[in-house]
Design a protein around this ligand. Structure first.
Ligand SMILES: [Zn+2]
Length: 182
């Protein structure tokens, strides 16, 4: 597991990160392929740039979410791909099958899969809003930032506030995966 993946996982809401790690471990068990987390908590500015692509800037449309409207801002979404030279398995003979397994495992661990999105299918994407609507999350964030969003999710899950919230020094355990590095 690459250290950039660990660092990104630590920025996520912990229960979401734990579920994501289980997906990555299951893919490892099933296909012996290592996955990377390429995006976790996303800044407003970066979302602005993504939203501009295919609209006010050249390129194709990659998102329908304006800044503030992406679940990526709130530590409740991630994008993943495969380690190595073929990150989206475009040349892999079982590429589609493996992505389908990824989607199945994402759902099995209780997350929503971007491959199921109707408007902009996004296979590398997984998210979980724990039943909260986007406008509710935005309202919480407006008043108390990420802390308020996560505290509301903790309350909804009936766990003590702040339990397991991670920081840069927290170790992310991925026991089943090969190549466990620094
Ligand atoms: Zn995404």
């Amino acid at each position: 597991v690459k250290s950039d993946t660990r660092a990104r996982l630590r920025t996520l809401y912990p229960d979401f990160a734990i579920r994501a790690v289980r997906v990555l471990e299951d893919i490892w068990r099933l296909w012996r392929l290592e996955m990377r987390v390429t995006e976790a908590v996303r800044t407003w500015q970066y979302q602005e740039e993504l939203y501009a692509s295919g609209r006010t800037r050249p390129g194709k449309i990659v998102t329908h979410a304006k800044p503030g409207d992406s679940i990526h801002h709130y530590g409740l979404a991630l994008d993943a791909c495969f380690a190595g030279a073929d990150p989206f398995l475009e040349k892999h003979p079982h590429g589609q099958e493996i992505w389908a397994d990824f989607g199945r495992l994402v759902r099995a661990h209780g997350l929503d899969w971007g491959g199921d999105f109707i408007h902009l299918r996004d296979q590398p994407h997984a998210e979980l809003t724990y039943g909260f609507k986007l406008h509710e999350i935005k309202e919480l964030y407006r008043h108390g930032g990420l802390t308020a969003v996560w505290a509301a999710v903790d309350k909804h899950r009936k766990v003590p506030e702040g339990q397991g919230w991670m920081g840069p020094r927290t170790k992310v355990k991925m026991v089943a995966m090969g190549g466990i590095g620094p």
